[in-house]
Design a protein around this ligand. Structure first.
Ligand code: PHE
Length: 353
């Protein structure tokens, strides 16, 4: 009997050595370890083994069965490993193929200019103050010294948000400039301490709207950056010094600036600032229309009425204000000939910046 068990084990191991697939392995298991296998037959026929041999035969049969089972597990693992190696070989990914580039977005050219302006003024101690785009006639015009029917309104025709009947004297409109933010800001600051309002040093960036005949130079929607400084003893020299410094930081250390007298209802005196043309260095070219100078902003000392409307006593406080158009500055810098490109959303244009 012991001899037979040894043979059963031997035969099983030999057959296993020839197994080369998962399928054959399962077949082998049925034949050599299944219910009708030779080794199971030994257990079934234990009754016919003489009593005194049963212990020994049983132990031998168990050992043979365990040996076959262990050999089976080993083979199964080996087959699995081989299959894995094969698939790694055969289904190999070619990772040397270059990937597809992910398109990267970028900031709109006007946003880039806007951020640069903001950075320069931040370095000079100005904070950003945001103000509403839908305004009342009072804030957009009246409190800035444009009474109803004032001729200076002619330059800033508006989009009205209410119907003509609802308008009365104080209709709602889309702001035509960022200047109404001057009043909002001054009133908010002055409310902190009405007897002794704190100094103001802010810039007010944002979108403005005008009912314009759209052309290469005028759009009905554009950005502005307003600036406002109010305090004690602020003079026109402060205005000139600050804006000339801004021009140097923004356009280059040797850029020259000049001021020409101008008029705005909410500043007195008023001026326009030109910088020397950075394209021709002042010699005269197409962009500066052969003058050598580029107009970049309007400015002036805050009118006493405007200070008063903001809650600042013009006997004790003075201030200056300025306003510039980032679109115009962007056009000058990059030689862009048509303002309408900014809103046309043509990637061939936008991708250049
Ligand atoms: N608000 C003026 C405009 O839109 C610009 C300006 C601002 C001028 C502040 C002087 C002071 O034309």
């Amino acid at each position: 009997m012991l001899e037979k068990i040894k043979e059963i084990q031997q035969a099983g191991l030999e057959a296993l050595a020839a197994v080369a697939s998962e399928e054959a392995l399962q077949g082998w298991k049925v034949t050599h370890l299944g219910r009708n296998s030779a080794i199971m037959g030994v257990f079934k026929n234990m009754g016919s083994v003489p009593k005194e041999q049963r212990g020994e035969v049983g132990r031998a049969a168990n050992q043979a069965k365990q040996a076959l089972e262990a050999a089976f597990e080993e083979k199964a693992a080996a087959l699995k490993e081989a299959a894995l190696q094969r698939s790694l070989q055969e289904e190999r990914l070619d990772i040397t193929l270059p990937g597809r580039a992910i398109p990267r977005g970028r900031l709109h050219p006007v946003t880039q200019t806007l951020r640069e302006i903001t950075r320069v003024f931040a370095e000079m101690g100005f904070q950003v103050y945001r103000s509403r785009e839908v305004e009342t006639d009072e804030y957009n015009f009246q409190l800035l010294n444009f009474p109803p029917h004032h001729p200076a309104r002619e330059m800033q025709d508006s989009f009205y948000v209410q119907s003509a009947e609802a308008r009365g004297d104080n209709p709602l409109l889309l702001r035509t400039h960022t200047s109404p933010g001057q009043i909002h800001a001054m009133r908010q600051f002055a409310a902190e301490n009405p007897e002794n309002p704190p100094p103001v040093r802010i810039i007010l960036p944002g979108m403005c709207y005008r009912y314009e005949q759209v052309s290469t130079r005028y759009e009905s929607q554009f950005t502005q950056v307003e600036g406002l400084a109010v305090g004690k003893d602020i003079t026109f020299s402060d205005l000139k010094g600050t804006l000339a410094d801004f021009a140097r930081r923004m356009f280059g250390q040797d850029v020259r600036a000049r001021f020409r007298a101008s008029h705005f209802p909410f500043t007195e005196p008023s001026a326009e600032m030109d910088i020397q043309c950075f394209l021709c260095g002042g010699d005269g070219c197409q962009v500066c229309k052969r003058t050598g100078w580029l107009e970049i902003l309007g400015c002036g000392m805050v009118h006493p009425n405007v200070l008063r409307n903001g809650g600042y006593d013009p006997e004790r406080y003075t201030g200056y204000a300025f306003g510039m158009g980032p679109e115009r500055i962007t056009m000058l810098r990059h030689h862009i000939e048509d303002i309408r490109y900014f809103w046309a959303n043509d990637l061939r244009f936008l991708e250049q910046f």
